[in-house]
Design a protein around this ligand. Structure first.
Ligand SMILES: *Cc1c(COP(=O)(O)O)cnc(C)c1O
Length: 390
């Protein structure tokens, strides 16, 4: 064998079954081979286990799928290259021309865009309500045949809490599927509710370190198998190396989430008593209008805290820029604290009525609270508030 051949057929090391690595390897291989054509055909007919092509399945991904579906309390999971890919792929897979979808003013921006523009191109209509409009939700689900409702809780950035029991009750009665983007609440929340499809951005709490993107769709096997048929050919598969990093992130998921929630509550209590802060939006505060609902529905209250400053863009911008431990950046759920000033939150494509319902004002600032010492975070917030209003 010449060296040019050898480098393309390198030595392979296989471990025996009684000799295991503690951390599973990354199967950074696009292709998997069987011994012969017959076994390959058996695999393709679903008569044997195995792997063939990583766009369809890969052991590193399968491992993460099993972990995440177990945590969310369902039996199947499909991974995609980003959180938004799970939203686009799920909606395209579940809807067809003539269907109607219920979506909310408070939904994640790209979700609203996908429903309003992408689905509309394929003849799917929608109704957009406020997540607080319970009579409206009941009316639409009763009067209008609706394929699915897609929602979030807590919402971004105001942390409104969807009444999941109310939504699922009326959706179920109407034969309407429920799709919950559970990114903010995490895998350990909302699993007990009668939700058909959970979506997660793994870019946030799962990865936790802000260095990798991914998304997960989690559902009962029968729903997910049907979705997999449609989503597979869209080709937005997660890379095995990204899956490995996300799996590593998951080892500290509970520790990070718990500590970041504790920091977020402490920060909210601090901000709430500051004279320049009109209102703090955090479901863990007894002053949050849906605190009781949040307590019933969630094990903890998340790590996103928003506040309405007694000012506008100028004060909000100065506040964000004066912070030293909170970086001005998108996303949430990383170990480091982040801030979004009002200029970056308040724009968008709302009508005047929808803008009022969104409750995002010219003095609204969003914080994603990280793992830093909470005394340092509060001192930083205090000095930035002083500078913002000087
Ligand atoms: C960030 C986010 C997404 C999108 O996730 P990406 O991984 O950034 O594509 C979807 N839904 C919610 C609620 C998010 O916060």
């Amino acid at each position: 064998m010449k060296n040019t051949t050898r480098v393309n057929h390198p030595p392979a090391v296989a471990l025996s079954a009684d000799n295991r690595p503690l951390v599973a390897p990354i199967y950074q291989s696009v292709k998997f081979s069987f011994d012969d054509t017959d076994q390959t055909l058996r695999y393709q007919r679903g008569e044997r286990e195995g792997f063939f092509y990583s766009r369809t399945s890969n052991p590193t991904l399968t491992q993460l799928q099993r972990l995440l579906s177990e945590l969310q309390g369902r039996d199947d999971c499909l991974l995609t290259g980003s959180g938004v890919a799970t939203i686009a792929a799920s909606l395209l897979a579940l809807c067809k021309a003539g269907d109607h979808v219920l979506v909310f003013v408070e939904s994640y921006g790209p979700t609203r865009y996908i429903v309003q523009h992408l689905l509309a191109k394929f003849g799917v209509t929608h109704t957009m309500l406020s997540i607080e409009d319970k009579p409206g939700i009941e009316r639409i689900l009763k009067d209008k045949p609706t394929r699915l409702v897609i929602f979030e809780s807590p919402t971004n950035p105001i942390t409104k809490i969807a009444d999941i029991e109310h939504l699922t009750l009326h959706a179920l009665a109407a034969g309407c599927l429920t799709v919950l983007d559970n990114t903010f609440a995490g895998f350990h929340n909302h699993g007990d509710y009668d939700i058909d499809v959970y979506l997660h951005s793994l870019t946030k709490y799962a990865s936790g370190h802000g260095d990798v993107m991914g998304g997960a769709i989690i559902a009962r096997g029968e729903i997910l198998n049907a979705m997999r048929k449609e989503i597979g050919p869209m080709g937005a598969a997660l890379d095995p190396h990204a899956a490995f990093l996300i799996q590593r992130g998951m080892r500290t998921y509970f520790l990070r989430y718990e500590r970041q929630c504790a920091n977020a509550l402490d920060v909210s209590e601090f901000l709430q008593q500051h004279p320049r802060v009109l209102r703090v939006h955090y479901p863990g505060l007894p002053s949050h209008p849906q605190h009781a609902l949040a307590r019933r529905q969630m094990k903890d209250f998340g790590t996103v805290v928003s506040l309405d400053l007694d000012g506008g863009y100028d004060e909000g911008g100065r506040f964000a820029e004066s912070l030293e431990l909170f970086s001005i950046a998108a996303s949430v759920g990383s170990t480091e604290s982040l801030v979004m000033p009002p200029q970056l939150l308040h724009g968008g494509t709302y009508t005047a009525e929808q803008r009022a319902q969104s409750m995002v004002g010219k003095g609204t600032v969003r914080l994603s609270v990280g793992l830093e010492d909470v005394g340092d975070l509060k001192a930083d917030l205090a000095q930035a508030l002083d500078r913002a209003f000087k």
